[in-house]
Design a protein. Structure first.
Length: 192
């Protein structure tokens, strides 16, 4: 099912044992293609599995893939685009939210192109604790190698141009959403 540009939805991240890991309470569809889904969010509430919550600081453009075992979050900060990449199952949308399984390993990419692998210890612990099957572990390691190739070759969205294009589309979507909300609020106050 192709999702309409501007649709507001949630993002749910799970762990391998099906436990809820994290929820982004609102994100907007920017583009939905045959291979990937692009969403954007800004100052959205994020709820952790333990109930704690926080708000994102900067605009983020998120790339979810139907076949790749990673997703990519491009954060637009003052000093440039920072990427946070999650090794994860391919996403699915079930009418409720975008959903995927987070497999702990992450890659952080700085505007300079320098990148670091994060959370190796978490991966080692969870793969033992949750008994990740051997075939899943092989897929995860291959996904990490594929992701590093994308970063090195500056494949979209690591080319930065793609993120900037999607960010411009996101700003238009956000303005339309805010205008609709203001119109709804005015209508409610007129009724009272």
């Amino acid at each position: 099912m192709k999702l309409k540009s501007g649709k507001k939805l949630q993002i749910h991240s799970y762990k391998h044992d099906s436990s809820l890991h994290r929820v982004w309470t609102s994100s907007f569809v920017i583009d939905d293609t045959a291979s990937h889904l692009v969403t954007g969010n800004q100052a959205t509430k994020v709820i952790e599995s333990d109930g704690r919550s926080w708000y994102t600081k900067e605009p983020a453009i998120c790339y979810f893939y139907e076949k790749e075992w990673f997703n990519i979050i491009a954060m637009l900060k003052k000093d440039g685009i920072h990427y946070y990449c999650n090794i994860s199952s391919p996403y699915l949308y079930d009418g409720e939210a975008i959903k995927y399984i987070d497999y702990d390993l992450d890659v952080k990419v700085f505007p300079t192109g320098k990148h670091f692998v994060l959370d190796q210890k978490d991966y080692d612990e969870h793969s033992a604790l949750m008994n990740y099957p051997e075939d899943v572990q092989k897929i995860i390691l291959k996904a990490m190698e594929d992701l590093k190739v994308w970063i090195k070759e500056e494949r979209p969205p690591f080319d930065k141009r793609t993120v900037k294009m999607h960010y411009e589309q996101f700003k238009v979507i956000l303005e339309k959403y805010k205008a609709r909300q203001q119109s709804k609020n005015k209508f409610k106050s007129d009724e009272e």
